[in-house]
Design a protein around this ligand. Structure first.
Ligand code: MTE
Length: 327
């Protein structure tokens, strides 16, 4: 496969990342003074270097079975190298497991073996898929996408999965279905949350789209990354990937996809509506209330958590494919 360089670019020497301290009280969150870990960009990230993740332990979390896949060359990123897997797999947001970037170890508690994904709501053919169904029913392809977090960092990641429109075709939504809602796994015992709140966060994590957005060719369900099954910290066994939107739209570890008539409640929008919109398209000209979105810290192929500053592009560089949805 042409994509798999020799050696694969993600097999660079290990790196590790010093945890960002993100202790915030719920009161502060609710006052919107700092926000949640989403606000960690205002902490002095620059200079944060490789720190303590033991390579063998980290590698175990992503040395998973390879997936049968077809590289889809129509989706690539010409101007940036792939982010190394050692960095991508230990610099994550998954608030169910904690409020800092270093949740990769805690996320291993996610129970994925008996997974079922329910596709329901205003559809003519509701379905429930188990993991095997998901991997076998939909031909898996690999796409390299830019990934832009609202916190102004970015990566380039090789996702494995299938376009969301295949789910639309499978369940046949009714005309009344105008939106879709994704619900992530949640179990108070297993996913304790960030620990800096006193309750009241709007769990489970939920996200949503307009049906037209879901039907766009770019909208993708990932079941793998770097040629293999999705590690738990990335949202195993299935998560949403929407490369023209900020990363928080990409719900992880989805258990339910529901077609609905009204715009659904979503996690960050419910929590801090003036900072995290429902649409959340990447837009360098629209600053976050607390920081600029004009540039991003691109986390690349290196072994340590260094980054290069890059200009942020409208729709994260995917305007040609999606701008018409917002005209
Ligand atoms: N999904 C769930 N269930 N919980 C989360 O905390 N964080 C979001 C998104 N999906 C999140 C989530 C945010 S803010 C980002 S930037 C991406 O996941 C991070 O994905 P990654 O860790 O695979 O890079």
């Amino acid at each position: 496969m042409a994509f798999f360089h020799n050696p694969p670019p993600w097999q660079s020497p290990t790196a590790s990342i010093t945890a960002e301290s993100a202790y915030l009280t719920r009161r502060r969150v609710l006052k919107g003074l700092l926000g949640l870990g989403m606000a960690t960009t205002i902490l002095p990230l620059t200079g944060c270097k490789a720190g303590g993740a033991p390579l063998d332990e980290l590698e175990k979390t992503y040395n998973l079975p390879a997936l049968p896949l077809r590289r889809n060359g129509a989706f690539g990123v010409g101007d940036r190298p792939l982010t190394s897997q050692n960095l991508a797999s230990q610099y994550n947001n998954f608030y169910e497991f904690g409020g800092n970037k270093s949740i990769w170890r805690a996320a291993q508690a996610l129970p994925t073996d008996e997974w079922t994904l329910e596709v329901t709501g205003l559809v003519n053919q509701p379905r429930t898929y188990n993991l095997d169904d998901l991997r076998k029913t939909f031909d898996l392809e690999e796409r390299i996408y830019r990934f832009r977090c609202v916190e102004a960092w970015s990566m380039v990641l090789p996702w494995v999965g299938f376009p969301m429109h295949k789910i639309i075709a499978a369940v046949d939504p009714q005309p009344a279905a105008k939106f879709v809602q994704f619900t992530s796994f949640y179990d108070q015992e297993i996913t304790p949350g960030p620990g800096f709140h006193l309750g009241g966060l709007p769990w489970p994590y939920r996200e949503g789209l307009r049906i037209e957005e879901m039907a766009n060719e770019l909208a993708f369900f990932a079941v793998g990354i770097y040629g293999k099954e999705l590690p738990k910290q990335h949202g195993a066994p299935i998560r949403a990937v929407l490369p023209w939107k900020y990363g928080f739209k990409g719900a992880k570890s989805i258990v339910k996809i529901e077609f609905v008539a009204e715009q659904p409640a979503t996690y960050w929008h419910t929590l801090i509506p003036n900072e995290y919109g429902f649409e959340a398209n990447v837009n360098p000209n629209k600053p976050h209330p607390r920081w600029s979105q004009a540039q991003e810290r691109f986390i690349g192929p290196g072994a340590t958590l260094d980054w290069e500053m890059r200009e942020t592009l409208p729709y994260n560089g995917y305007g040609e494919q999606v701008a018409h949805l917002y005209g």
